[in-house]
Write a protein that binds this ligand. Structure first.
Ligand code: NAP
Length: 291
């Protein structure tokens, strides 16, 4: 892909197209991450955001197939519908019942889910935290929490405790961790090495000063809030003030995108180029931040 005088890619009939489907999708950072990777790799590829209304994901997938789109990232509210609509799916998609990516190689639709792998890569980045042998607590039991629970168990955590408002959802999420999974309560937070908040509390547009029912972690604990807008939620700020080492959800977003890009392109994606695209000055998601 070449660049014009204003840094705009010169697209042609040969340009390979990928994108992200979601609603809303106008503030998605995915095209920025994708296009940064394509620039770094010197590929004649482009990524765009496609607003796709709830309930219409199968139609969007059929259109993408007809148009020769190479890959799609999938965000709210389509992850479950896409998992149902694809021709084939990875084991992770089958376990979670949700796909955050479609690989359209050879006109077949393969459902993929890189959220959990992206999360683990984000906490491992820079040697920050290795889940193997550790006790972990996950707050929330929605789609993001489920991906994290499964990935932590696969990464060798010795215990994955799910804490959620709605008990039935907590039970289903904890089951994903098999023998190391269980449902817990706010009291479990204090005993965990890693505490992951996978609820939207404190997110821009959602609000909520903190978390409904959960204690704030502190010294000696590693803490991730999957929210990255704002960069620090009130809960993450409180955890840091209490002495915890904290990261927001930007790293998870970045690494799940990197794994998708690697699947589509078959090339290794330089993480540094992605970090430069979304956090040029570092920040609470970036590796190497003193904490
Ligand atoms: P979801 O499927 O709607 O699940 C939301 C979960 O949060 C549910 O378990 C819900 O509990 C719980 N919850 C909501 N508000 C709460 C509150 N005030 N106090 C306590 N619990 C609350 O959402 P999701 O897709 O899992 O996403 C969760 C968050 O992660 C969102 O903010 C999303 O933006 C973020 N996320 C980030 C990334 C990333 O790459 N960084 C990726 C995916 C998601 P109930 O079950 O009781 O309703």
């Amino acid at each position: 892909m070449t660049s014009g005088s204003q840094g705009v890619a010169e697209l042609s009939a040969r340009t390979t197209v990928v994108g992200v489907i979601g609603m809303p999708v106008d503030h998605s950072l995915s095209p920025r991450l994708h296009n940064a990777a394509f620039a770094a790799l010197g590929l004649d590829w482009v990524s765009v955001a496609f607003p796709v209304a709830a309930g219409t994901a199968p139609t969007a997938l059929a259109g993408a197939r007809a148009l020769g789109v190479r890959g799609l990232s999938v965000t709210m509210p389509h992850k479950e519908a896409v998992a149902d609509a694809v021709d084939d799916a990875t084991d992770t998609v089958r376990a979670l019942g949700a796909a955050n990516c479609v690989d359209l190689a050879d006109g077949r639709l393969i459902g993929v889910n890189t959220d959990g792998a992206g999360f683990v890569a984000a906490v491992e980045e820079g040697g920050w935290f290795d889940p193997a042998g550790e006790r972990c607590v996950v707050l929330g039991a929605g789609g993001a929490a489920r991906a994290v629970v499964l990935a932590l168990a696969e990464a060798g955590a010795v215990e994955v405790v799910v804490v959620n408002r709605t008990a039935s959802r907590a039970v289903r999420a904890a089951r994903l961790a098999g023998a190391v999974g269980r449902v817990g309560s706010a009291a479990d937070v204090a005993g965990a090495s890693l505490v992951v908040k996978a609820t939207p509390a404190g997110m821009t547009g959602v609000g909520g000063a903190g978390h409904d029912e959960v204690a704030v972690p502190g010294r000696g604990q590693f803490v991730v809030d999957l929210v990255y807008d704002p960069p620090m939620t009130p809960w993450l700020t409180a955890a840091e003030a209490a002495g915890a080492q904290v990261r927001n959800g930007l790293g998870t977003l970045l690494h799940q995108a990197a794994f998708q890009l690697e699947r589509w392109t078959g090339l290794q994606v330089p993480r540094r180029a992605l970090w430069a695209a979304v956090a040029p000055d570092g920040g609470p998601g970036a590796p190497g931040r003193p904490s």
